[in-house]
Structure formats: C-alpha cells, structure tokens
Design a protein around this ligand. Structure first.
Ligand code: SF4
Length: 222
C-alpha cells in the first residue's frame, strides 16, 4: 500500500474501499490498484484547493495591519481615517507598530532616496503575503518633485505596488476606496506584488542599488 500524505484530504486513495466509477481509468501516478479516479474525482481536487485558497484570501483581506511609517505629507490623511468619522477598523484595518507585525505598507507620498533604503529594509522584514499601497501623485511620477535630485520618481522600479491612490493629497474617502479595491484584489487572489518581488529580486536589487549608493543592507533571508 502506498504511503499517503495526511495533508491531502481529497486523495481518494486513502479510502481503498471506494470502487472505481464506471468509465474511470487508473490514475497515471498511482502504483496502487485501488487508486481509480474518474473524471469527476479528478476535477474535485483542484476545486478543494481553490476553495481553501479563497477562504484564506478572504480572511487576509479582512485583516489588514498597516505599518505606521509615514514617508511624505500624504500620511496626514491617514489620521482621520483611524478616527470615528471614517473608522477604518470597521473594515478590519488597523495599525501595527513594527514591520514584522504588518502586512500592508503605505507609501504616503514623496519618497526621498535616503528614505527608500529604510523602506526597502522594512518591506523585506514584513512577512508574506504583504501588500503595498502608494498614496498621492508623488509616488506615481514624482508629482511636484518630478525634477528633484533626491526623490524617487517611479516607485514601481524599486518595490512592487499593489494599489495607487491618486491625488495631492488623497482624501480619507479616496483612501477607503483604495483599501476596498485592495481587499477585492486580495480576495480574488490578484494582489501578488510580494510574489513578483520574490521572483524578480535581482531586477529590483539592481534598481535599488542605482539610487542607494551606500548599500549596506543584509542579504534577504527568504
Ligand atoms: S502627492 Fe501631494 S500630498 Fe502627497 S506627498 Fe506629494 S506633494 Fe505631498
């Protein structure tokens, strides 16, 4: 009898008394004669996977812990968002004091090249999955600092951004709309910036080192 892994509850070979349904064929990978999976059974496994992933994503979307790190003047609009008038906690959004307890990083406006170094360090300390929300025109194209020598013009080159909220500065209503969009993206499994960062780390590192001249960050221990 094959040794079955306990973490695959859909694996029908765990139940040797099940008879092969009419028209079924032996599973290609199974050395066990009792392992017969019909077309319906073969469809069942990915559906269970998808259901578990959907539930996980739903819970993640309803539990956003925002790192308290204001990089630019857009951070001032985050304060009213936490008060009773706009009440971000009703969406499951709350603040977190350290990167290791956060899963949302808000880049709240312009980002100086010196700040970028700290932002990268904090972002890499956050556990996966994690998401980045960029507030204001400055994060999109430099905004009113478009010709400044020491601000970041295109944030996407240095870290993955899941949601941009435009405006200078965006009002709390716009922030709520942006968070709602992020939650929908997480639930749909489309907010995968963190995964993109892992897969393209070399590309991001190359870009980061072009503006952070005194690079002394430790290697990321994935
Ligand atoms: S977009 Fe406007 S409010 Fe936001 S950081 Fe830039 S100048 Fe400040």
């Amino acid at each position: 009898m094959k040794n079955h892994e306990p973490d695959k509850p859909w694996d029908l070979t765990r139940f040797p008394t099940i008879q092969p349904p009419a028209g079924s064929r032996p599973h290609a990978d199974a050395g066990d004669a009792t392992c017969f999976l019909g077309a319906e059974d073969r469809l069942r496994a990915p559906k269970l996977d998808e259901a578990v992933a959907t539930i996980k994503n739903w819970f993640r979307a309803m539990s956003l812990n925002v790192l308290a790190f204001g990089t630019g003047c857009g951070a001032i609009e985050l304060r009213p968002l936490a008060t009773s008038r706009f009440d971000m906690s009703r969406f499951g959004i709350t603040g977190a004091p350290t990167p290791r307890q956060s899963n949302v990083f808000i880049i709240s406006g312009y980002l100086a090249t010196k700040t970028l170094k700290r932002v990268i360090r904090c972002y890499e300390q956050m556990p996966n999955p994690k998401w980045v929300v960029a507030l204001g025109s400055c994060t999109i194209n430099g905004g009113m600092y478009w010709d400044s020598y020491n601000t970041i013009k295109v944030l996407d080159l240095y870290m993955p951004v899941d949601v941009y909220i435009s405006g200078c500065m965006p009002r709390p209503e716009a922030l709520i709309a942006g968070f709602s969009y992020l939650m929908d993206e997480i639930k749909a499994g489309r907010a995968n910036g963190w995964h993109h960062y892992l897969e393209n780390l070399d590309w991001y590192r190359e870009n980061q080192k072009q503006v952070i001249t005194d690079w002394d960050l430790p290697d990321y221990n994935w």
